[in-house]
Design a protein around this ligand. Structure first.
Ligand SMILES: CCCCCCCCCCCCC/C=C/[C@@H](O)[C@H](CO)NC(=O)CCCCCCCCCCCCCCC
Ligand SMILES: Nc1ncnc2c1ncn2[C@@H]1O[C@H](COP(=O)(O)OP(=O)(O)OP(=O)(O)O)[C@@H](O)[C@H]1O
Ligand SMILES: [Ca+2]
Length: 576
């Protein structure tokens, strides 16, 4: 197949002659002018070709086609580094080629199109797009129509666009409506909107597989629909942490080329019910209080978090509780090993082999789903009791513009673990130093009052509350297993009617005082949980990490150094 696709000929770009070669994986063109000693080769991976059009075509600022019969235009991914973030910006590169004959032109366009089809099997053809018109700075709709839709059209992707009219509309649509023919779901919005899509996609997959989401011991069915994120929110943590930049064009190009990034998901349970899923932060204490305070100031937009953060910091609170955690295998990785999860991460790749042992390629990745109950041996739970400024569990680094390395810089996107960060009560200035280190690259865990553990599961219990309830209902994760869908009740976060959770919520209210307002003299004894930007109505929760439960149209953070060495080899790897 490789040799079938090979094509080589002279082509013109402007008034310069090039030798163009299409090999199995790359399309390259090199200037053939002999006087030019610095011959530059532009090499574009076939998998990063966005579109091939006959004639001289432009798509921006608007589409124009000069239908000449010896020309063709290639659109492809071009990279540039950014000042404020860690990943690379992707832009649309475009080169117009002229051939000596129409026959050769047709040969080039045909071969290039075939090569693209062969080398990117996960490219979407049909997408379901949800736009939250009220996310972030309320520019979602405009961003989509001006920057993203023209790229999808160029790449021959058809999309069904729904501009939401209410919260949870996207989730409900994914849970109930016919999704036949869609390759993926695109979320135009922030982390809250992503969370809706996440709940819809996971819930729908479990429904169809007959898996009960309430039982934390059950192995959930990985989701076949990919999720794309066009960032248009306030924090956009999921987009930032999975690509290193917040940029709608970069995100659209990752969707078009069919990138596939697996992502760990944490399920949060109360009693015998699922409460929510999280991919970023499940946080009690400081981050819970900041979120709770910020909800009162939504009108401020993204600044609400800084304002509320300052108020909450000044109120200097700490909370008593007991944390139980199940450590992950320390031989595989550590949250303090100073590594970073980058595109092509080896730790995550080895986890894929462990989680899906029988699959040899991404096409059959989910075929090895092994049943409903976790068979992995559980290990020993560890218990820590005390007074904390905050307790945070994150499945990934949770980096964002505010904190470019995130809550846990060495966390992995897809290793089946989360990082548990315990910040003990300390002097306010020490806590400020800890917070400040989130804004730079200093080690935020290098304080005597901070602990970080790589974990598979966590349980939290308020001080004074016995764990009896939970012990009866959970015991160990595997003891709670009931074998699957039997007796399954509606999972939390799925739809309005969850009688089991409603009853438990009322029970908890009797022991959970309301958050005190900031002017009260007496600080509250109990905080709230922040679950990816949503306040949870329960305190004594139990969390379990599900390795690689969903897939995003992303490829992790690209290592700038390796891209540079690639440019040196070929003159200019990515542009004309
Ligand atoms: C001295 C400067 C200190 C700056 C400290 C910055 C720490 C930033 C850590 C960011 C962690 C983000 C985790 C991601 C969570 C998302 O799943 C979730 C949904 O979008 N976002 C939030 O809950 C939104 C959470 C937003 C949290 C913002 C906290 C801002 C704290 C500001 C403290 C100022 C103290 C000033 C004292 C005079
Ligand atoms: N049409 C709508 N009207 C009201 N709320 C909506 C609508 N569509 C979606 N939502 C809800 O709005 C919430 C916030 O949206 P989104 O996450 O897009 O923006 P954000 O809160 O500004 O950003 P971030 O979550 O990154 O901080 C989501 O939880 C979503 O459920
Ligand atoms: Ca992880």
């Amino acid at each position: 197949m490789e040799t079938d696709l090979r094509l080589e000929s002279s082509l013109w770009v402007g008034n310069k002659r090039y030798l163009a070669v299409l090999t199995g994986w790359h399309f390259k063109w090199t200037e053939t002018d002999k006087k030019n000693r610095d011959k530059k080769t532009v090499s574009v991976p076939v998998a990063e070709v966005v579109g091939v059009e006959e004639g001289r075509v432009e798509i921006l600022p608007r589409k124009s086609v000069e239908d000449t019969d010896k020309d063709f235009t290639v659109f492809y991914v071009k990279r540039s580094s950014t000042r404020n973030s860690y990943g690379l910006l992707w832009r649309l590169g475009r080169t117009q080629f002229s051939c000596p004959s129409r026959v050769l032109r047709d040969q080039w366009t045909k071969q290039l199109k075939t090569a693209v089809k062969t080398h990117s099997p996960l490219r979407p053809h049909r997408l379901l797009v949800f736009i939250n018109p009220y996310g972030g700075k309320k520019k979602g709709r405009q961003l989509y129509h001006s920057l993203v839709a023209p790229l999808f059209e160029l790449a021959d992707i058809s999309s069904h666009v729904i501009v939401t009219e209410r919260a949870n509309q996207a989730r409900d649509h994914l849970l109930k409506k016919d999704l036949t023919g869609f390759d993926g779901v695109v979320c135009v919005g922030g982390d809250g909107m992503f969370s809706e899509i996440l709940h819809g996609v996971i819930g729908r997959t479990q429904q169809e597989a007959g898996v009960c989401e309430n039982n934390p011991a059950v192995t959930l069915q990985p989701c076949p629909l990919h999720i794309g994120i066009i960032p248009a929110g306030s924090t956009d943590c999921v987009c930032y942490a999975t690509g290193g930049v917040i940029d709608p064009v970069t995100s659209a190009l990752h969707i078009i080329v069919g990138d596939s990034q697996p992502l760990d998901v944490c399920s949060v349970h109360y009693g015998s019910g699922l409460v929510r899923y999280s991919v970023s932060l499940v946080g009690y204490g400081f981050y819970g209080d900041v979120l709770s305070e910020s909800e009162k100031h939504r009108w401020m937009g993204p600044v609400r978090y800084d304002y509320s953060g300052t108020l909450v910091y000044l109120s200097n609170r700490s909370y008593a509780g007991t944390v139980h955690y199940l450590p992950a295998d320390p031989l595989l990785s550590s949250p303090r090993d100073k590594t970073r999860c980058l595109s092509g991460c080896g730790v995550c790749a080895r986890s894929t082999e462990r989680l899906f042992p029988n699959s040899s390629d991404s096409g059959s990745l989910y075929s090895s789903y092994s049943g409903q109950l976790s068979t992995e041996s559980e290990g020993e739970w560890v218990t820590v009791e005390g007074r904390f400024k905050c307790v945070s569990l994150t499945c990934m680094s949770s980096s964002c513009a505010r904190s470019p390395l995130g809550l846990s810089p060495s966390a992995h996107l897809a290793d089946g673990t989360g990082d548990l960060i315990l910040v003990w009560n300390t002097h306010p200035l020490s806590f400020l130093k800890f917070l400040h280190r989130h804004t730079n690259s200093q080690d935020r865990f290098d304080f005597p009052f901070v602990e970080v553990h790589r974990v598979k599961a966590v349980r939290f219990c308020l001080a004074g509350a016995t764990e009896e309830g939970e012990h009866e209902e959970f015991g160990s994760l595997s003891a709670a297993a009931d074998g699957g869908a039997s007796g399954c009740v509606d999972a939390g976060g799925r739809n309005g009617s969850q009688p089991h959770l409603e009853q438990m919520r009322n029970e908890e209210k009797t022991v959970t005082p309301f958050m005190c307002c900031l002017c009260c003299r007496k600080a509250p004894d109990v905080s709230v949980w922040n679950c990816d930007g949503e306040i949870l109505p329960f305190t004594n929760i139990s969390c379990k990490i599900h390795g690689q439960l969903v897939r995003l149209y992303a490829r992790g953070i690209e290592d700038i150094a390796s891209i540079r060495s690639c440019s040196q080899e070929t003159g200019d790897c990515c542009g004309t």
